[in-house]
Design a protein. Structure first.
Length: 702
């Protein structure tokens, strides 16, 4: 079920706010708690028309500050500094904070004013996908041919889909009268994938008409006459009054904005009288230019006979007319007629029940890398645990610790000589507690050489491994090794989990866990997965780090554990048992082993969606799957990929990592009683942060 809808456009003035109003109406009737969000605002949330409108119309507990991501200036700066991902992450963090207490969120995308148009549509797509929103693109047919508009839709929708967007419907606004059928035919005749409904809304002239209040703001004019309520009237057209009054009155149009020099008392009185004529055209407002004002006698007559809105400006008539023509109409809190017209159009031309059903229908939850990383941090915070990091003076570890502390992810224990750890931290600008402080800041430094825990750990290790020839002296030496000391902290419950490997080998990191943490009850072997953060989703690869040549039984065990790991991190498990052939087409010992493992897994875990043997292309590509296994529920949609051996898995994950630019988080060990996870020696700070969060989540479940 989608719990949010993102409204995206490919240009300015498509009627996006009108659609946002309609969606808010739909949502407010079906959900108890609805929120509204703008990822980018022009100056600040206080000045944003959409936020002001939604707050004035609908009950929302969120503050106005919580309803926006960044300002346009902030977005421009971050884009200019090549901080694209950081921009999306900042918006994502603010949105997720707002969404926490909501049942449904309506997100109105950027407005194509002030950013770089070439990248703004893609920016909207990336924001929507990383917020986890369903998307409803909105296009305008205003001043476009049908062919040009349909082509624009095709390019836009393909771009959204290619970037991982989940489209629920397409809206085309401002359709010309009597062109709906021709438009639908042109839409059907193109190569568009019409898997979602197309909603066509006609042009509504009222929505393009600015109000007197908007004209006043656009001109920076002062109010000379008029009641507050009269300034919400729409202006249908501009009239510059240069001719004599009789000729002017012949050309006056209802709801005109009349612009005239301030010394034209005849025009002013004529407009005031026209406003009193029930059968004649009534002007919406008069603008007096040149800084000139009528004499007191005219002013007195004006105030006594009419509530005609009159504005005054110091600029000349030509300049005032030019400025007024540039004022953009808005659907705002002070335009009630536009609001009602917008909602009426939405409800008349968009099937609200069908759209609501599409938003509520169960969908496969696609997890993008950024959304995945955000969810890791959020879940790690839910139940605070302590994670031990044995490589305490490694710069990348310390930088990650700084981020983890600032984001309040977990309590951290650093192992190492305190003076060296603090010196390395100081060099990086990372703040750590001094030796006299209690570790109440969430960071503790322990030196295995001097810690009183060392002897206790050595005694326990000796007892556990005495039958393997481990003497007490050997045990004491082992506890000088940070990986052994850290793992024993986990074993004794002094830490929830351990993360190591940035400067140690995989064997150094996980050997102690194999020796005395051991496997969970009912689990036959320890295995691993990599969480592969690809451009449009997160996949699970196993086993790529632990078991070189698994038996059929071990493959089934790896697949079962990997499916559980996927589910634990919000990835719907659809398991592909990989081989060099698909279905029944291949023979040989290796493929037969995969076939046997698939049968064992299906018997052991009837709750899982499993397919095998499968080639990788048939597992991931729907087109290939449609040819090779057309009736499979997994082929073409797999999320968990089980490789037949370590050689295949390790090479594949590295090939995908390097060639596709994927972020490989792991290996994440699975099957242990308590979590111990390995880093690659080439890991980044982000890798460390993610792995600590993963380990914390695993620890919460033990």
């Amino acid at each position: 079920m989608s719990d949010s809808l993102y409204l995206a456009t490919n240009e300015n003035a498509t009627g996006k706010r009108m659609i946002a109003l309609g969606v808010m109406e739909l949502a407010i009737r079906r959900y108890e708690r609805v929120v509204f969000f703008r990822p980018v605002v022009r100056i600040g949330p206080e000045e944003d028309q959409s936020i002001r409108l939604m707050r004035s119309r609908y009950p929302m507990s969120a503050t106005i500050e919580q309803m926006h991501g960044v300002t346009r200036a902030e977005a421009r700066k971050m884009l200019a500094e090549d901080r694209y991902e950081e921009l999306i992450q900042r918006i994502q963090q603010r949105f997720k904070a707002l969404q926490q207490d909501a049942d449904f969120a309506v997100v109105e995308g950027t407005s194509f004013q002030g950013l770089v148009p070439e990248i703004e549509f893609e920016l909207n797509a990336d924001i929507a996908v990383n917020l986890g929103c369903a998307i409803m693109p909105i296009y305008s047919a205003y001043n476009k041919s049908i062919e040009d508009c349909v082509q624009s839709i095709r390019i836009g929708n393909d771009s959204l889909s290619d970037r991982g967007g989940q489209l629920v419907a397409t809206v085309v606004n401002q359709i010309k009268p009597n062109e709906e059928e021709a438009f639908r035919k042109a839409y059907r005749d193109t190569a568009l994938k019409a898997t979602t409904p197309l909603y066509l809304l006609p042009e509504e002239p009222l929505l393009r008409q600015p109000t007197v209040r908007e004209i006043q703001a656009g001109l920076g004019a002062e109010v000379y006459n008029g009641d507050e309520a009269t300034f919400d009237r729409e202006v249908t057209r501009l009239k510059v009054a240069a001719m004599m009054l009789p000729d002017f009155l012949e050309r006056l149009y209802p709801s005109s904005l009349v612009i005239t020099p301030g010394d034209r008392s005849d025009i002013l009185i004529g407009c005031a009288l026209a406003r009193l004529d029930a059968d004649g055209p009534s002007p919406a407002c008069v603008v007096l230019t040149g800084g000139l004002l009528p004499p007191p006698s005219v002013e007195r007559l004006l105030r006594q006979t009419s509530g005609l809105p009159v504005l005054r400006t110091g600029v000349d008539t030509f300049t005032a007319a030019s400025q007024a023509s540039m004022v953009r109409a808005e659907i705002g809190e002070h335009s009630p007629r536009k609001v009602e017209s917008a909602i009426g159009l939405f409800e008349q031309y968009i099937d609200s029940d069908d759209l609501a059903a599409r938003l509520q229908a169960p969908v496969a939850h696609r997890v993008t890398p950024m959304l995945f990383e955000y969810s890791l941090i959020q879940r790690a915070r839910e139940k605070r645990v302590k994670i031990v990091l044995p490589e305490g003076s490694e710069p990348r570890i310390l930088q990650a610790v700084d981020v983890l502390r600032r984001r309040d992810v977990a309590d951290i224990v650093l192992l190492g000589e305190p003076a060296k750890v603090r010196a390395a931290a100081s060099k990086l600008g990372v703040t750590l507690p001094d030796s006299n402080e209690k570790p109440d800041c969430g960071i503790e430094i322990i030196d295995p050489r001097t810690s009183p825990l060392r002897e206790m750990f050595a005694q326990e290790y000796h007892q556990l491994r005495e039958n393997k020839g481990v003497t007490l002296d050997v045990a004491r030496d082992r506890m000088l090794e940070v990986s052994y000391f850290g793992t024993m902290m986990v074993k004794r419950g002094l830490a929830g989990g351990m993360v190591s490997g940035s400067i140690h080998t995989t064997a150094n990191t996980i050997r102690p866990a194999f020796e005395f943490v051991r496997t969970r009850e009912g689990v036959g072997c320890v295995s691993s997965v990599f969480l592969m953060c690809l451009k449009h989703g997160v996949l699970v690869y196993g086993d790529c780090a632990v078991i070189p040549n698994p038996t059929a039984e071990q493959l089934a065990e790896i697949a079962s554990s990997s499916a559980d790991t996927a589910a634990q991190f919000g990835i719907e498990p659809r398991v592909a048992m990989l081989s060099y052939s698909t279905g029944e087409s291949g023979q040989g010992e290796d493929v037969q082993r995969v076939r046997a493992a698939t049968a064992l897994l299906k018997e052991k875990r009837p709750d899982l969606l499993v397919e095998g043997p499968l080639q990788y292309d048939a597992a991931i590509d729907p087109k290939v799957a449609a040819t090779k296994l057309p009736d499979s529920k997994v082929a073409g949609r797999a999320t968990v990929f089980i490789f037949p051996d370590l050689n295949t898995g390790n090479n594949t994950y590295k090939a995908v990592q390097r060639s596709a630019g994927a972020v490989a988080v792991g290996p994440v060990l699975q099957g242990l009683r308590k979590p111990v996870n390995d880093l690659s020696r080439g890991c980044t700070v982000a890798d460390i942060i993610n792995t600590v969060a993963i380990t914390a989540i695993q620890a919460q479940a033990t």
